[in-house]
Ligand binder design. Structure first.
Ligand code: GLA
Length: 723
């Protein structure tokens, strides 16, 4: 049970797994005392001795005392020489802030965040602490929640100008976690287009280290995620603390090791391209951050995040719900299609058991390639003479659902939209607009742009009767500037964009609750908890090569649950890498997430088409287990030639296991893989071989997995408990 205990000036948030302790110091500074495994109690004096606080507990911010004090929401300039979480310019031009505690309240329920996505608080206990800077009148409201069912604490920050003069916020991070020591290693998930979320682990060193994005989106290059793990922490053993941001825009994440060997982890909106004017009486809400603690290794941390996102963040309607097996037309046809061709592909897909056909890019304006027409969301009758209505109906007549692609946040310079509203895109007056993929970014912070997008998407969904929408976003921000904002508010453009995007997604998901939206951004370039609040799944990567995907899926599931990853079987030679891998391996890998196809089924031979029918059936039968089971990475594709993972049902009666060997090995014995997460006392039948093993044997001795010859060989085994 989540609970908040108060003992004098100490507040202790905890559940069965974790504790989080903070304390009001004499004078009102808010100190951080602990985040980690659940504690029964804590003697603050013990820890505070390291901060030079005398045994009688007296404390003064004089003589730079803050430099050693672990704090909840520090600022720079009044004694703490580390980076702070907050900088606010007052009327006198200074930017130091001195926050002292005003009050703490235990709340009935976790409040929602105004204008921003956030975890829902069912089964949580919530604490609100209000701090104030006496000099400017600025109030800082810190909200905390702890949940019954996850090893998690979430935090958010709201600023309120309670003074009489305008303030300018130049930094307002969401999270600061001061840890007493530096005996940690840092894990981040950097990447690139087609190579998203590479697991990168390195020792902490004195000073700053971290990740950030200034691209306007969370990005493929940097995920808003950081984990601190002990040097000895392994996949299923040892301490791990993970942090992520429920936000989709530019961000920063920093771990600073101080001169005293303390570690400060901070995360929030990136401050390079940010500032916010706060007039008297106005409020600013910073995004929510989530912390997970595990003493069961990196895997325990990942499963903690999965539980939080599955149970508290993903759209309610899609929580634990089956996802249709889909076939997407992109790699099957690219821009080269007409109605008959699409229907032919859809028919072949339907015959193989596919449940949803998705028409990708190229159906609107006069878009025969990527140089034109974004923003002109009218159907191209040359290709689709019966319009979206006609195509949607004819696809549904095949007994399957219809879905389509849009890139609503963009505009092509060659479009009626751009010709009518050249100022609707992000731009700096007088400077040439830098194009990427021949397109510009709409200024989503503007209400008229939001209305346009809601209208265009609504009309498209209505006309087509689509059950699914692929919401793409294919370029980074440049020329960051908004025609709707005065000069001194230009740095608000990026965050206003995100608020506008979230407002649009909120309106659309309310109006079309049954439409499954899959996020996409040149593959997985905006795969973050902010988007997942509105869209329950995200296209993982434009690289559909099975061996590459094993890595991408391994990195992605360090943070995100399998159900959120769009994973498709594609054709060979693979369109990105040219590699030829067996179909069963492409299938085995795509089973790692929300399953589908990215190929032309008409080009498969009879045996492959027959295999496809069996695959769809198997994917559906194992769906609950694969998407919502407990995920264990047994062997990492970043470290080993043989990658292996498994999902176990919550009652431990069922499991599905996958092994993928990258390069064939000559004269080798079959791999022996130790399983995890099973019930040691139960006996399990491997359905594919009929053999029965004890759970203890499978976990301690391992499962011997003979593999076919050749590169990219794989096996998938399903396990069922006997009786
Ligand atoms: C992006 C997506 C692809 C596809 C194309 C269409 O690159 O990631 O899956 O939809 O756009 O232009």
């Amino acid at each position: 049970m989540a609970e908040i205990l108060r003992n004098g000036n100490v507040y202790h948030l905890r559940n069965e797994k974790v504790s989080y302790v903070l304390m009001e110091m004499p004078g009102g500074t808010l100190a951080h005392l602990y985040f980690g495994a659940r504690l029964e109690g804590l003697n603050a004096a013990n820890l505070l001795r390291r901060a030079n606080v005398p045994a009688d507990g007296s404390f003064s911010v004089q003589e730079c005392a803050l430099d050693r004090l672990p704090q909840e929401y520090p600022s720079f300039g009044l004694g703490d020489m580390r980076d702070g979480a907050l900088e606010v310019e007052g009327p006198d031009g200074s930017w130091a802030v001195d926050l002292r505690m005003e009050k703490a309240e235990i709340l009935e329920e976790k409040p929602a965040l105004e204008g921003l996505p956030a975890t829902r608080g069912e089964g949580s206990a919530a604490l609100r602490v209000t701090l104030r800077d006496g000099h400017t009148g600025l109030a800082v409201i810190l909200d905390y929640a702890v949940y019954d069912d996850c090893p998690t604490v979430t935090r958010s920050v709201r600023l309120l100008n309670g003074g009489g003069a305008p303030l300018k916020v130049t930094r307002a991070l969401s999270l600061c976690l001061d840890l007493p020591d530096d005996g940690w290693e840092l894990i981040t998930l950097p990447g690139a287009w087609g190579r998203e979320r590479v697991v990168c682990r390195r020792p902490l060193v004195a000073g700053h280290q971290g990740v950030s994005s200034r691209r306007g989106a969370s990005s493929a290059q940097a995920s808003p995620f950081m984990a601190l793990v002990r040097p000895e922490t392994a996949q299923e053993a040892g301490e791990a603390i993970g942090a992520t941001l429920v936000y989709s825009g530019s961000f920063l994440a920093d771990a600073e090791v101080s001169q005293f060997g303390a570690t400060r982890l901070m995360m929030g909106i990136g401050d390079d391209d940010f500032s916010w004017q706060l007039l008297p009486g106005e409020a600013f809400q910073a995004p929510e951050a989530a912390l997970v603690y595990s003493d069961g290794g990196i895997g325990g941390m990942s499963r903690g995040f999965h539980a939080l996102l599955e149970n508290h963040l993903l759209p309610r309607r899609w929580m634990h719900r089956a996802r249709p097996v889909l076939l997407n037309s992109w790699e099957a046809a690219y821009f080269d299609f007409d109605e008959e061709k699409l229907l032919d592909i859809a028919k072949a897909a339907a015959d193989a058991g596919v449940e949803l056909f998705v028409m990708d890019d190229g159906w609107f304006g006069h878009r025969d390639d990527d140089t034109t027409s974004l923003g002109d969301w009218t159907v191209d009758r040359r290709k689709l003479p019966h319009g979206l209505e006609g195509l949607g109906e004819r696809v549904r007549a095949l007994g399957i659902q219809f879905g389509l692609w849009m890139e609503p946040e963009m505009v092509s310079p060659d479009s009626d939209l751009y010709r009518a509203h050249p100022d609707w895109c992000l731009h700096i007056p007088g400077r040439e607009g830098i194009r990427a993929r021949h397109q510009l970014v709409l200024d989503m912070g503007r209400r008229e742009v939001q209305d346009f997008v809601v209208d265009a998407v609504s009309q498209t969904l209505k006309a087509s009767g689509a059950a699914y929408l692929k919401w793409d976003m294919n370029r980074n921000f440049t020329n960051i500037g908004s025609a709707a904002l005065p000069a001194d508010r230009q740095r608000e453009t990026g965050h206003r964009y995100m608020l506008g995007l979230y407002a649009v997604l909120k309106r659309l998901t309310k109006a079309f609750p049954e439409v499954l939206i899959e996020g996409c951004a040149s593959g997985g370039a905006r795969f973050d908890a902010g988007m997942l609040y509105y869209v329950p799944q995200f296209w993982c990567s434009d690289d559909t090569d099975a061996l590459c995907r094993v890595r991408i899926q391994c990195g992605t599931t360090m943070l995100f649950p399998p159900s959120t990853m769009g994973c498709h079987v594609s054709a060979v030679p693979n369109h990105q890498t040219g590699r030829v891998t067996p179909m069963e391996t492409r299938f085995a890998v795509a089973l790692g997430g929300s399953f589908g196809y990215e190929l032309d089924p008409r080009r498969l031979d009879d045996a492959e088409r027959a295999a496809m029918r069996g695959q769809v059936e198997f994917a559906n039968q194992t769906q609950q287990l694969r998407l919502y089971g407990q995920l264990y990475w047994l062997q990492s594709p970043f470290a080993e030639n043989d990658a292996a993972w498994m999902s176990v049902s919550p009652d431990k009666r069922e499991a599905i296991f996958t092994l993928v060997r990258a390069m064939a090995r000559i004269n080798a014995v079959p791999p022996l893989v130790r399983l995890a997460g099973l019930d040691a006392k139960r006996r399990y039948r491997v359905i594919e071989t009929g053999e029965v093993f004890g759970g203890d044997e499978l976990m301690r001795v391992g499962l011997c997995c003979p593999l076919a010859n050749g590169d990219a060989a794989s096996v998938v085994y399903t396990l069922k408990a006997e009786a």
